[in-house]
Write a protein that binds this ligand. Sequence first.
Ligand code: ZN
Length: 376
Amino acid sequence: MIQRQGYHYRLKTTPALRRSFAQYAGACRFVWNKVLAVNEGRYLAGVPRLNYYQAAWLLTQWRHSEEYGWLAAVSIHALQHCLRDLERAYTTLWAGRTAPPRFRKKFLSDSFRFPTDFQRDGDRLKLPKIGWMRFWQSREIEGTMKNVTIRRDGKHWTVAFQTEREVEPPVHPSTSAVGIDLGIATFAAVSDGTLYPPLHAYRRLQTKLAKAQQRMSRKVKFSKNWQKCQTVIRRIHATIARCRKDFLHKLSTTISKNHAVIVVEDLQIRNMSRSAKGTVEEPGHNVAQKAGLNKAILDQGWGMFRQMLAYKQVWSGGIVLAVNPRYTSQTCPQCGGVSSKNRLQQALFSCIACGYTSHADVNAAQNILALGQRER
Ligand SMILES: [Zn+2]
């Protein structure tokens, strides 16, 4: 079995390196956004989008043109890789797994990737046209390097190595199976009764972010003070992303270590996002309420959590099953009765037919587990 793993380290930078990184990130952002804009134009005109090869051909034209000749200063491989990422974004979009690719913003999504034309020697890394640099190697890298990504993380730059290695198919040390209900009030309720509250630090940061955004709105655009505010906002965004990732990693590791079978809801977050707005013929109900709910869903990174669980289970030899979550919050495990009146209060499940009561989220998690066991 092939195990893929990413290793992330902080880079030791110099002003010259930071200038190079900004140049590379800028060129990749430019290419990404330009091809995306061309494709949106083609979409509106009813013409099929550019595929990877057409976009790569266009890129070569740009590199030889007077207007965009500056693109020739950065490695062609990094730019081509960026087009490949865009191509993949379209493919997963068709598969219904992700939202459409978006325009990249400066600082927020600054990154670039090299396929194979880099060298690594201990804690030293050499990138084409940039040269040697060092990184804080906190742990050993195992496996064969597949690619390397440089990314801006707040005021730092980080390096991520993607590796692959052949491993024996693992056997999960545990035999237990659990269902998980993901929610707003409780981030994750496990069918064995464990409740994981949402990340509160994250809410605090969000308040801080709102305040900083308000402060920025009062400044003169592009003034010194406005730029200072923008730096603060970027840092808060980076902290939020780091906190969320850290929280989700810890939680998914704990659950994955302890249970061989994990049953989750097939959330179809995208469909939920769509249904809030409704269609022209059938406008959505409670649009504002659902928009708030969707924001919270995306905030808490349910999708990211599910992905983490899935790959950690692959590593540990367990599995993740996804079931249709319909009625899981309204079904009574004792008598099998289904009613929307079974859950009149947020935290309490109370069956109107037989009087059975339990914690609403744990009850949902138990129903999810039961569905998973039936499907297996
Ligand atoms: Zn009942």
